[in-house]
Design a protein around this ligand. Structure first.
Ligand code: ATP
Length: 272
């Protein structure tokens, strides 16, 4: 049996067990980076209701790099936003670590987002008046917490930002700005880092560098990463690819390669 077929077997028919790139022992659920159980998201109501996510059960295992792919409009960004606590589920559950997001007050949810989730967006969202160092430590400053100096030094070393800490974003190249954005996402040691099309706006060399960084964050720092992408080459750097179509998980591919990802996407009717 091929990897993909084997991976598919891990999805329960009734969807109650999260789809994942590998079988998950029952005891491991609580240590998962993040997972959803029968997550649905409906926008609008009545005749205008659109079911964007339909009972999605998926896991982003701790210490692994998972890509999310699917045709345009499949619900990838919505899934990411729900798991990151940026949007509320219509039904079903979302867990970050062992914490179910639906149980949290707005205040605690904001805190969890700030302390336990890292974001890397296409636009780097750096503050132009702050130095690289202050941009990186911004989440801690907002939380009134002091950065763990040893961890800060590790992140800065791995991302090769040591010489750049006093520079402002306008004094940095695109790739350097992206590294600062990634450092900011990592500095709180989040449970999971979400990357939304992190290579979308970049030339191929800088894009490859960003993928190296995400891969390195997983391999060298033990980080958990979930990345939405349209790019089979980017998805090929992940440990597993979760395929969404029409708001449902249709496949999970272990050990993806760009060719296999491209084939699968064609099978889903994607021509992009
Ligand atoms: N706030 C909203 N209100 C109503 N419909 C929405 C809203 N946000 C998203 N949608 C719809 O939900 C569907 C899924 O959107 P989503 O952005 O999650 O897809 P995607 O897979 O990320 O697409 P793309 O690859 O094009 O970015 C789309 O049909 C979109 O129009």
């Amino acid at each position: 049996m091929g990897n993909a077929a084997e991976a598919r077997r891990t999805v329960d028919d009734d969807g109650t067990r999260p789809a994942t790139g590998r079988p998950v022992p029952a005891s491991e659920g609580a240590s998962a980076g993040a997972r959803t159980v029968r997550l649905s998201k409906v926008y609008g109501s009545g005749d205008m209701a659109v079911r964007v996510l339909d009972e999605v059960s998926v896991e982003f295992p701790a210490g692994r790099f998972t890509a999310i792919m699917g045709p345009s409009g499949a619900g990838k960004s919505t899934l990411m936003h729900c798991v990151a606590g940026l949007e509320a589920a219509t039904s079903g559950k979302v867990y970050v670590g062992g914490q179910e997001l639906g149980e949290l007050s707005d205040r605690r949810l904001t805190r969890l987002r700030r302390e336990r989730i890292g974001f890397v967006f296409q636009a780097f969202n750096l503050l132009p008046t702050l130095t690289a160092r202050d941009n990186i430590t911004l989440p801690m400053t907002l939380a009134g917490a002091a950065p763990d100096q040893e961890w800060f030094a590790t992140v800065v070393r791995v991302l090769r930002l040591g010489e750049r800490l006093t520079h402002r974003p306008s004094e940095l190249s695109g790739g350097q700005q992206q590294r600062v954005a990634l450092a900011r996402a990592l500095v709180t040691r989040p449970q999971i880092v979400f990357a939304d099309e992190p290579t979308g706006n970049l030339d191929s060399r800088t894009g490859a560098e960003v993928l190296d960084l995400l891969r390195g964050a997983v391999d060298d720092l033990g980080q958990t990463v979930a990345m939405v992408t349209h790019d089979p080459v980017a998805a090929g750097r992940a440990d597993a690819v979760v395929f969404l179509a029409d708001g449902r998980i249709v496949d999970v591919m272990e050990g993806p390669t760009p060719d296999r990802v491209l084939d699968r996407m064609r099978g889903l009717g994607d021509r992009s």
